[in-house]
Ligand binder design. Structure first.
Ligand code: C2E
Ligand code: CA
Ligand code: CA
Length: 514
């Protein structure tokens, strides 16, 4: 490879000298020398051949100019396919013990968060600055391409000096340049980036694709340990990335074969005591590990970008459960389903949702779309805003989940036409025994009443908390004190038993004056 480059460079230098204007100055001298050495015949040969040599050199020079252009196009970054071809060329030319190269992947941390917080225009500006900064720190011989708004790939020109230490230093330099504060509307904004790289020498027994995968695995590991982390590919990375790939496969298979399905937690009216809905909560019924809660698998599903598939599986089961309750004559007015911000970013969400409701003969008002308050309090991107308002227009109920933990503005409650506020468990816990807690719940309830939105208290565990919520005028309650999440099969008996209890008991609602 090194030899290949040296010859190439010498040729480059020679051709540019021969094709440049300076070369013309030597024409009379060369012709004269030819006449002195070889007589008239030599003079004639020189006169014929010199223009041909210059023409040839000019052609070679134009070709290498094109090559240089391909490496460093005016905007600075190569098209992705040209980048791949160049990188594959570097890979193929590698000989063990020869000059080493490295594939480096740089990704801005939490770009979706930045997008939510600052909006599309700012995110575009950030993406552009990100590109400029990367180009400012790599050498002109290195190759660079953009994989995504927030992700850039770099291929380093092979060099004998490029050992692990040099790669780490290079990654560190890139990181510090990218992490310089950005100016946005006159204020400084700080972003961080994660970097993963793979040296060519550490991936060379495999195929070209293995080298690229190795850099991806290193970036993946950096992001998991991030923010602002650098990771080199190693055999450990390989082992861990295999385990994760297996876990992903296992999770996908579990989604397909119904091991991941909702358990249902009842919600009841404080006024009548009757069931007003169930919330669908994801459970992984693992054949060996038992029932796993979302805390165990949601972070992983998010990283593996499987939230949309999880959401589809949850709705599939939850809507089927509604149909089955209807058929069994059990009154369940609504099913609450949690929507992650990844799902809300899907432009096809509304069409899919309409189709799913239609398939199960459900009207949209039977669905309560649960959205975390944090999704509203950040600045939701256009797709999220459009999806939420479309779901509301369609007739779905919009439940603001974990209310009190995420600083949603009153304006956003109105803008998204929120129909119900779910007061977070942290306000409800011990509210019957703690005056401070009670005051907070009262304030939230008063605000909700003024805004004309319904209320539900989450995490009601004791009869005391239940009674207080009823007394303060909260419309619905949900929590272990009413019923724990349960598989569908158990809901039929639970509803029957609950109904008997309600029919046989004096009401504990507001009207009893508790
Ligand atoms: P969440 O939406 O706030 O759901 C309520 C959580 O509180 C559930 O935890 C429930 O089991 C628990 N809980 C209910 N009543 C009580 C109580 O009285 N005391 C206590 N200590 N806890 C109670 P779970 O099922 O572990 O779910 C945790 C979170 O995972 C959910 O919080 C929700 O944000 C998320 N999640 C669950 N299923 C899904 C899903 O299908 N999609 C998405 N995107 N997120 C989900
Ligand atoms: Ca929820
Ligand atoms: Ca909640």
């Amino acid at each position: 490879m090194w030899k290949h480059i040296s010859v190439e460079r010498v040729l480059d230098a020679l051709t540019s000298v021969l094709s440049g204007p300076a070369a013309l100055a030597f024409v009379p001298a060369i012709s004269l020398a030819a006449f002195w050495i070889g007589g008239e015949r030599a003079l004639v040969v020189a006169a014929f051949c010199l223009p041909l040599i210059f023409l040839g050199a000019a052609a070679i020079d134009a070709r290498s100019d094109q090559r240089r252009q391909r490496r460093n196009p005016p905007g600075g970054m190569m098209a992705i396919d040209a980048f791949a071809t160049e990188l594959e060329g570097i890979f193929k030319a590698f000989t063990p013990g020869g000059a080493d190269s490295a594939g480096i992947l740089v990704a801005l941390d939490d770009y979706p968060g930045f997008l939510d917080l600052h909006g599309n225009a700012a995110a575009d500006h950030l993406a552009e600055q990100f590109g400029r900064r990367i180009l400012s720190v790599v050498r002109t011989q290195d190759i660079v391409t953009r994989l995504d708004q927030n992700k850039i790939a770099i291929g380093l020109q092979p060099s004998h000096q490029l050992d692990l230490e040099a790669c780490i230093q290079m990654a560190g330099r890139i990181q510090s340049v990218v992490e310089e504060p950005f100016t946005l509307n006159g204020t400084s904004v700080y972003v961080s980036c994660s970097i993963g790289f793979s040296q060519l020498s550490s991936a060379v027994d495999g195929r070209y694709e293995d080298w690229i995968d190795a850099a991806s695995a290193a970036l993946n590991e950096a992001q998991r340990n991030g923010p602002s982390t650098i990771r080199a590919f190693s055999s450990d990375t390989q082992r861990r990335s295999r385990i994760r790939a297996n876990l992903r496969k296992e999770f996908e298979a579990a989604l397909d074969n119904g091991e991941i399905r909702p358990w249902y937690q009842p919600q009841i009216s404080t006024d009548t005591g009757r069931v007003t809905g169930f919330e669908a909560l994801a459970r992984w019924e693992h054949p060996q590990k038992g029932v796993l809660s979302p805390q165990v698998f949601l972070p992983f599903a998010e990283q593996a970008e499987l939230m949309e598939r999880l959401g589809q599986a949850m709705r599939h089961h939850a809507f089927a459960a509604m149909r089955d309750w209807d058929r069994a004559g059990i009154v369940v007015p609504r099913i609450g389903v949690n929507f992650s911000s990844d799902e809300l970013r899907d432009p096809a969400l509304i069409d899919r949702l309409k189709w799913e409701l239609d398939q199960n003969d459900l009207t949209p008002d039977r669905l309560a779309v649960e959205i975390l308050e944090t999704v509203f309090s950040r600045r939701p991107d256009d797709v999220i805003t459009r999806n939420v308002t479309s779901m509301s227009k369609l007739g779905c109920c919009i439940d603001l989940d974990d209310f009190g933990t995420g600083h949603a503005s009153i304006a956003s409650i109105k803008r998204f036409n929120v129909s119900r506020i779910k007061i977070d468990r942290s306000f409800v816990a011990k509210a019957d025994r703690d005056a401070g807690q009670q005051q907070l719940v009262s304030a939230i309830l008063t605000m909700a009443e003024r805004l004309n939105v319904e209320t539900l208290a989450e995490g009601v565990e004791t009869p005391g908390e239940h009674a207080l919520m009823a007394q303060l005028g909260c419309d619905h309650v949900q929590g272990f004190g009413i019923g724990k999440p349960m598989p569908f099969e158990k809901t039929l008996d639970w509803v029957a038993a609950h109904q008997n209890k309600v029919d046989g008991m004096p009401k504990i609602g507001r009207k009893t004056g508790l």
